[in-house]
Design a protein around this ligand. Structure first.
Ligand SMILES: Cc1ncc(COP(=O)(O)O)c(C=O)c1O
Length: 404
């Protein structure tokens, strides 16, 4: 039977992620710097066991029952408090919806706001799974380049001006802190300028913030866009995946009440609501201070591992290779000389040198560069980080000698 005859036009817009394709190649002896997983030692496992037992013995009728589409009220209240401590003042629980990770929120954003042919703007490169989530809805995705301070505001404004004559620009999607894939944190100046431009051209801003709470750079992180949003145009996304555990599949959106009502309408037909049991567990993780106590520990683990990867890169990489120095997030973005095609190089890296990474090309909405790669420093052990970078440098040197 030919399944293709049954597939919708929408299905044809889906592409298997290169990260998933990669998994097939990976055997035990390959050091993977390609994933995007937290360090499992950062999970508050003992506390989750205790809390799950408590929740199930004190409120089984609520925790195991269907719940409201918007989410469990106690959890939303805890999130409002949690965000408040970070300087993000949200009016109340009506401004929050609980989602199945931030990934579900990205899909809902596509449903709610994108008509085929609409323009949307992202940083370039940007989070691969956001490109995939949006692409299903048929937008024209326009990437705006970044430098070490984040999205290039001059290019952003030129781009919006050019596109505005040609159709509707709906939103700008950014990951301002510890960006995936580059690790770059947008400067305060750029954040202000971004909001000013969004206001001038009347655009929505999607602020995807999985990493802001675990900023491990020196000093304090720049303010969230949501904290500076006086016009209700920022839709803020965050998640329990990096501050507790991704297996909980819990994220949240903070936005104006009107926008949240639209999210609820969309979510109702997707999955009715997020797991009630997991929401009660997360509410307790916040209420009992487990997350607050866990955050400094996570920061310490990630800072140490980042430093180790930076040290190994400095020690082993050949001339002409550059990389970012992230203050947040889980990734270092490495740029090899122009003549390196990191997609093509991957098979040498895996087959001969037993090391994996994610080629950079698919993080560019318009695929404009081929010589970058994303390296994850949170999941591999310290030994794997050092040995992985040593092997990667050998692979780059060999590839360079082949193409020179
Ligand atoms: C920028 C960004 N957005 C969203 C997500 C999705 O996270 P989750 O669905 O686990 O909340 C991730 C995960 O790595 C991410 O890096």
């Amino acid at each position: 039977m030919d399944i293709n005859q049954f597939l919708s036009d929408r299905s044809r817009l889906m592409k298997a992620s290169e990260i998933r394709e990669l998994l097939k190649w990976i055997t035990e002896d390959v050091i993977s710097l390609g994933g995007g997983m937290p360090d499992p030692s950062s999970f508050p496992t003992k506390e989750i066991i205790e809390i799950t037992r408590d929740v199930l013995s004190t409120k089984p009728d609520r925790a195991l029952q269907y719940g409201a589409t918007g989410g469990v009220a106690e959890l939303k209240e805890e999130i409002v408090r949690f965000m408040g401590k970070e300087g993000i003042k949200i009016e109340g629980p009506e401004n929050i919806i609980i989602t199945v990770g931030s990934q579900e929120a990205l899909d809902i954003i596509g449903r709610l706001f994108i008509n085929p042919g609409d323009y949307i703007i992202t940083e370039s490169p940007t989070y691969l799974a956001a490109i995939q989530a949006f692409r299903i809805y048929g937008p024209k995705i326009v990437g705006v380049p970044m430098d070490n301070d984040g999205i290039r505001i001059d290019v952003l404004e030129d781009t919006i001006k050019k596109l505005s004559g040609d159709g509707k620009v709906k939103f700008i999607y950014v990951i301002p802190t510890g960006q995936n894939p580059t690790g770059i944190t947008m400067s305060m100046e750029r954040r202000k300028a971004l909001l000013e431009i969004a206001s001038r051209y009347d655009l929505l801003v999607i602020e995807d913030d999985p990493y802001g709470y675990i900023y491990f750079g020196d000093g304090t992180p720049p303010d969230r866009l949501k904290a500076m949003d006086t016009e209700g145009r920022v839709i803020y996304l965050s998640t329990f995946s990096k501050i507790a555990a991704p297996g909980l599949r819990l994220g949240w959106v903070a936005a104006s009440k009107e926008i949240i009502r639209w999210f609820e309408l969309a979510k109702q037909s997707i999955d009715l609501h997020t797991s009630t049991l997991n929401q009660y567990i997360a509410a307790e993780l916040l209420k009992r201070g487990v997350i607050e106590r866990n955050i400094p520990k996570i920061k310490e683990i990630y800072r140490t591992k980042r430093d180790l990867m930076l040290q190994a890169l400095g020690e082993y990489m050949p001339e002409g290779v550059t990389w970012t120095r992230p203050s947040a997030g889980m990734f270092i973005w490495l740029s090899a000389p122009e003549k390196v095609d990191t997609g093509e190089m991957l098979s040498i890296a895996i087959k001969k040198y037993r090391v994996a990474y994610v080629p950079g090309k698919s993080f560019y909405p318009n695929g404009e560069r081929h010589n970058d790669m994303r390296l994850n420093f949170t999941y591999p052990t310290p030994q794997q980080i050092f040995e992985g970078i040593r092997r990667l440098a050998l692979a780059i040197k060999e590839y360079l000698s082949l193409v020179s």
